[in-house]
Design a protein around this ligand. Structure first.
Ligand SMILES: C[C@H](O)[C@H](O)[C@H]1CNC2=NC(N)=NC(=O)C2=N1
Length: 130
């Protein structure tokens, strides 16, 4: 019994024993141990708004259109503040002056972890306002 508990990494214990939310904090990526399975990703996608998973299950992305260029820049700044506070950083793309794509993946493990979904929930709760 205890052997099984010991085998579970802290993140999978957190995944199974507590719900992650926009109030959760990202763990240091290097300590997470393993990436999420497809089924886990599908479950977590239900908790975020408008995010899609890549075919290789390594990244989630969200596309938005902002009113104008400076709104997009201000939106990126808000995301950057959260990313710095969490130590977990998205890839940010701005094209066509107001079209934004946000990509999230855990670089240290070349895949998805709870950190990516915590950041997605935090980004969702930012709104796109100025
Ligand atoms: C040392 C620093 O905390 C690590 O390199 C962090 C920085 N931000 C990160 N962001 C993301 N998306 N994945 C990481 O593995 C990661 N690692």
């Amino acid at each position: 019994m205890f052997g099984l508990a010991r085998q579970l990494t802290s993140s999978s214990l957190r995944y199974f024993s507590t719900e992650i939310s926009s109030k959760s904090r990202c763990l240091p990526c290097e300590g997470i141990g393993k990436t999420l399975e497809k089924e886990q990703v599908q479950e977590l996608l239900k908790k975020v708004q408008g995010w899609n998973v890549s075919s290789d299950n390594k990244q989630i992305s969200k596309n938005l259109q902002l009113p104008d260029f400076m709104s997009a820049i201000r939106y990126f700044q808000k995301i950057a503040d959260v990313a710095e506070a969490e130590g977990h950083h998205p890839d940010l793309h701005l094209t066509g002056y107001n079209k934004v794509r946000i990509d999230l993946s855990t670089h240290a493990l070349n895949g998805l972890t709870e950190n990516d979904f915590i950041m997605a929930m935090k980004i969702d709760s930012l709104g796109q306002g100025a």
